[in-house]
Design a binder for this molecule. Structure first.
Ligand code: ZN
Length: 179
């Protein structure tokens, strides 16, 4: 049985699909995906942008898409713009999946989770997170395009990746299998 599961996993990876199934990180009745981002090239090809309301107008809670451990994070940036030089201002969280050495997930354009009462719940590197747990809110930071009225194409960028080397410097994006 274990052997069969392993073979299926290898096949999913061969066809570029994620080994795990992920929870959509936002609770939105009719989620909309942007597929035309200029940022999704090369190794970022299968990243997805999930449209969220403009964070200046409405708070959107970001849920952990999987069980794992916070391996890297940047929060607190508030600069954003529609050209690639704004990429350095992006906030993100990188989640290492429990008992997994190849696949990982990243969420971008977020900030520290603030609950309904306005209390902040900052994440720290090494924190364990559970699928469905609020971990952040959607926010404007980094490279985000805007329409002709300067209204941001606000979205949460999600990437599931597979490390291609031991040093974890090279990866490829995977097609996300959703729960
Ligand atoms: Zn994106």
């Amino acid at each position: 049985m274990k052997e069969i599961i392993k073979q299926i996993e290898m096949r999913l990876s061969f066809f570029g699909y994620s080994k795990y199934k992920y929870l959509l990180p936002v609770v939105i009745v009719h989620p909309q995906f942007y597929f035309s981002s200029p940022a999704h090239k090369g190794r970022f090809k299968h990243a997805v942008d999930i449209a969220v309301p403009d964070p200046k107008e409405k708070r959107t809670v970001i849920l952990s898409p999987i069980d794992g451990t916070i391996e890297a994070l940047v929060m607190g940036n508030t600069k954003w713009g529609s050209t690639s030089e704004f990429r350095k201002y992006m906030n993100y969280v990188h989640i290492r999946i429990d008992n997994e050495s190849h696949e990982f997930v990243e969420l971008v354009h977020i900030d520290t989770y603030v609950d309904e009462r306005g209390v902040k719940h900052p994440l720290r590197i090494g924190d364990k997170v559970k699928m469905g747990q609020p971990i952040a809110i959607a926010a404007l930071n980094g490279w985000i395009t805007a329409d002709e009225n300067k209204k941001p194409d606000s979205h949460v960028h999600m990437l599931v990746g597979e490390w291609l080397n031991q040093e974890h410097t090279d990866f490829r994006s995977l097609k996300i299998r959703w729960r």
